[in-house]
Ligand binder design. Structure first.
Ligand code: SF4
Length: 414
């Protein structure tokens, strides 16, 4: 759990993105403070309308760099002219990647009384709270403890209620969905997903973060469930965090690199079009140059379709906070190298989709007259001119992919 300070400049669209960032941070257990000095992380959501604004953005970034432990720069100027921030010790990120970077590799926090929520056509279903790990960099675990899993039937009834209330996309969340049921002696995630997909109605299901340590052992059964159920988005988020077993040991992660690869292989064998989302922490205190190279090699070998790169920062009270840290320049260089590779991979992924026809679910309104959609592998597809095509959130339609950006593509209704 981190404290954050956020500043937003520019148009209403930028303010909307900041609201989304804040909502995700709040849902993950982080909280806002009123000054950058009190924050673990400062977020600068930039605008780049005129030259004077650019100078102001750079000056503000320099001030925040001096006032806060970590700085993230996002928004229009970060996307269009990210190199301008090259002399500032900041992570330059797309809006969508900000919440994960703030979490510093920790799992999302599910609050004790978390109940299902319907937000537009998206139903959010927390299935359990807590984890089964003791990661050395994590502060979240102190607040949440070991996994506490309600029975499968109880979660299925909550899912049914969300579908009856109008949910078209069910998001299965939890601190670590992979360990659902471990406290009862049974690993129940495959059964839960199977039974949720049996609920009558047209909807899709997105499985939230599941650590590789929890998934390994049920990975074959889980991949079977994905292959058998069209309602499940072909998407898993399994944060590997490092390509070095030595670093994973120092992080006290419950998996090693081979286990992560076993999971990827199981899904590769069963699914043609799917998305592997994973996270890397760059610059962990014991990560040396060879460890970093192993992470780069793993990324280049596995080529996940969605990648979150987080620069390590210390959280008070954790064992990793007592380790001698790496210098900011090393962390910055490694994070840049990994981010460059990530961008190449993502560009290739979305570029290769151009010309394909995909069935998508319209999930929410985008900017202007556009809508944000997800295909069966949870890849983001933007359809512009929604009014002209008479498209609303909740609709399913076929689109031809006409163009792509680094982390999303554009579709035209067929
Ligand atoms: S799995 Fe690790 S990072 Fe996640 S909450 Fe548990 S201890 Fe923290």
């Amino acid at each position: 759990m981190a404290t954050y300070h956020i500043e937003t400049y520019g148009c209403t669209s930028n303010r909307g993105e900041s609201r989304q960032i804040e909502r995700k941070l709040r849902d993950a257990g982080h909280y806002r403070v009123d000054t950058p000095e009190k924050a673990d992380v400062a977020i600068l959501n930039t605008c780049t309308v005129v030259e004077k604004t650019e100078r102001n953005m750079l000056r503000r970034a320099e001030e925040l760099e001096a006032e806060t432990a970590d700085l993230i720069v996002t928004g229009c100027m970060a996307l269009a002219q990210g190199d301008e921030f090259g002399d500032i010790d900041a992570q330059v990120l797309h809006w969508e990647d900000v919440p994960t970077a703030v979490t510093n590799g920790e799992c999302p926090t599910t609050t004790p009384d978390a109940e299902p929520v319907l937000d537009g056509v998206v139903g959010i279903l927390p299935i359990a709270r807590g984890c089964m790990s003791n990661c050395s960099y994590c502060i979240t675990k102190f607040a949440t403890g070991r996994v506490d899993s309600p029975p499968v039937a109880e979660n299925v009834e909550k899912a049914r209620a969300l579908v009856h209330a109008g949910a078209k996309e069910l998001r299965i969340t939890g601190q670590d969905t992979g360990v659902y049921g471990w406290d009862t002696g049974e690993r129940k995630l495959p059964e839960l997903l199977d039974r949720i997909c049996d609920i009558d109605g047209e909807f899709r299901v997105r499985l939230g973060m599941a650590n590789p340590g929890g998934v390994h052992g049920i990975h074959e059964e889980l991949a079977d469930v994905f292959a058998e159920n069209e309602k499940l988005y072909n998407f898993i988020h399994a944060p590997v965090q490092s390509g070095s077993d030595d670093v994973l040991e120092d992080m006290r992660r419950q998996h090693r690199v081979e286990k992560f690869k076993d999971i990827v292989d199981a899904f590769d064998e069963r699914l043609d079009h799917w998305t592997l989302s994973t996270d890397f922490i760059v610059g962990f205190p014991t990560e040396d140059e060879a460890d970093h190279e192993l992470s780069m090699e793993l990324l280049a070998e596995v080529r996940p379709e969605k990648i979150n790169v987080t620069r390590f920062s210390k959280r008070p009270g954790t064992d990793a906070a007592d380790m001698k840290g790496l210098g900011g320049t090393i962390k910055k260089e490694r994070s840049k190298a990994m981010t460059d590779l990530k961008m190449d991979i993502c560009r290739e992924v979305y570029g290769s989709m151009v010309g394909e026809t995909r069935e998508v679910l319209v999930v929410e309104q985008g900017t202007g007259d556009s809508v944000k959609c997800r295909d069966e592998a949870y890849r983001q597809v933007i359809v512009t001119d929604a009014t002209e095509h008479d498209i609303d959130p909740g609709d399913m339609l076929d689109v031809t992919i006409t163009d792509s950006e680094t982390v999303y593509c554009f579709g035209e209704p067929v």
